[in-house]
Design a binder for this molecule. Sequence first.
Ligand code: KIV
Length: 271
Amino acid sequence: MTADAAPRKQTTLSIRERKQSGEKIAALTAYDYTTAALLDESGIDVILVGDSLSNVFQGNETTLPVTVDEMIYHTKAVQKGIRRSLLVTDMPFLSYQVTVEDAVRNCGRVMKETRADAVKLEGGSAIIEVVQRVTEIGIPVMGHLGLTPQSINVFGTYKVRGTQPEEQQKIIEDAKCLEDAGVFSIVLEKIPTSLAREVTESVSVPTIGIGAGPHCDGQILVVNDMLGLNEHFRPRFVRRYAELNRSIRDYVKLYIDDVKQVRFPGKNESY
Ligand code: KIV
């Protein structure tokens, strides 16, 4: 391959095939063009425009307020930065739960207007008709089970899900339902390692874990979390590869100092 030959674009098929090949799927979120381009160039397999943008970009307490229009706005920006990664967009709260028609229209809008490769929907048996219809008309769906943040007001806590036998059974059944309905992968969020392993072994589509242990077929993190942009948000499942909150503060302080001391702009930075 020559240096500027186009890299092989990931597809829902190439992601599905990882289940057999055993090569783990590395996924991250992104909400803007610059970050997406950096992740894509680094070789990330999947970029998710997560509705976590409600928290980390918009500063809301939950993911509930973000709208379809806002998801479209961010996905369009992210898409422009991608050459290789699979681009998945989260469908926000209430954009797919009211009626199947509504879901088709909203998922269809996202695909048409953003050039996303797939959408992600939270939930199991409650949204099976939607998953079936949406995939049937040609929109690939990534499922999401376990701690589904759009249901935080029902859960009442961000603690680990699936610790009790009844909920464990429900998660396993939901995963099988989603597989039957046609999803190409399933995110498993904040569930015990043993349960994630059981789900992973029970379905033929790849599972992508976040706080779900090492046995999933891939892993996903919120990019702001793994880069340490928020000093105080430190859940156990996040590995912080950097402390960018510190670096950014330090660099901004240097800049402020340079401006105040008239060290910036210098000769070479002036006309
Ligand atoms: O919104 C999000 O970022 C997600 C994740 C799985 C990280 O759904």
